[in-house]
Design a protein around this ligand. Sequence first.
Ligand code: ADP
Length: 448
Amino acid sequence: MFSKILIANRGEIALRVQRACREMGIATVAVHSTADADAMHVRLADESLCIGPPLARDSYLNMPALLSAALITGAEAIHPGYGFLSENADFAEMVEAHGLTFIGPSPTHIRMMGDKITAKTTMAELGVPLVPGSDGEVPDVEAAIEVARQIGCPVLVKAAAGGGGRGMKVARTLDEVAEAFSTARAEAAAAFGNNAVYIEKYLDRPRHIELQVLGDNYGKVVHFGERDCSLQRRHQKLLEEAGSPGITAAERTALGAIATQALEKFGYRNAGTLEFLYQEGQFAFIEMNTRLQVEHPVTEMVTGVDLVREQIRIAFGEPLGYDQSDVKVSGHAIECRITAEDPETFAPSPGTVTMFHAPGGLGVRLDSALYAGYRVPSHYDSLVAKLIVHGRTRPEAIARMRRALEEFAIAGIKTTIPLHLRILDDAGFQSGDYTIHWLEQFVAAHKV
Ligand code: ADP
């Protein structure tokens, strides 16, 4: 096994990876920007190095600095976490070119799935159903209008290189297509340096359901069930569940079979997530993420599998060592993403945490790098804690999450804890009968 791993990330996910390493007897190297010198991931690592100034592009996205840090400290592998360089095929290639192991999929597969048009074409060839839409890239306004006419409005113009919910524009009528196309294209060029866009039918009441997979280097792919990530604001996930309250065990099995067979055909390795929209009994693939997801803990809670440990084992060359039939999903898990934001206006709320009390008890897990006295920097993502609970049933998990959120005390910064409590108390949420549009409507209805 590796003896030392560098974790090219910060915050809760850097801690999460450290925890797996420590349990496996692997030494950890933390990297940090000057804004993160006091961060918990730095304090708890075996070694740490400063890799640059606060701006992410100068530090956490600074490839030469990260590679130097790995070489100086004698790390044998790099875990990228999520975000930052986790889906950067060039970085994965550079890591390998320096004789180190990138803990993730092959650069070829990262590149293939990083372009959503290629991802969709590949999946379609392998028999995975897609959301109806354009056949690849849409080159100009005329072509966009023609596609919209064929599939019918509303349509969604999406950036091929899109991510994080950016670069997407809805056209509700044919008259809106030209503007949606131009705006999406300009945004895509500015945000991703790639102006390629494609068009999908805009589904009016889908659920977002995604499937967690792991593949080893020997052609075997196993899935770990689904997560329901329909509760989103501005296409960003806020609360996730495993399993989905909207699909049956038979649908899970069928989806799992289609997905794992497809991935085995192209030899996918390490962790990945296939994202689908689900409406009227039909699954339609939208994209694949070639990395660990923020919401991976809900899957860990219902399967008992440490996904980061598995990623490290696979990267080292170990076989999965178990079959699909060995993966058991039991009970129900919920994750609340807690951000340093005003729970009503979503205005960022960086600052110093003056008091911190973590919830606990049976079935409660907290993934957070906060501590009393810590100053939340303004330079990075506003996620400060993920609270995850497991219960034997969904109602038990909801009751447990309510209880844990009430116990959770963070003073000095505003957080979204009150919003999560309101969601959990809502009969619509409790019924489990929600779509990707539910949360936006809920937030609008509860504005004060
Ligand atoms: P990103 O990579 O930016 O996260 P995705 O393609 O995963 O983009 O889409 C993010 C979210 O946008 C989805 O979870 C869903 O809520 C919404 N979305 C994407 N495609 C469609 C579609 N065709 N119809 C309706 N909603 C969509």
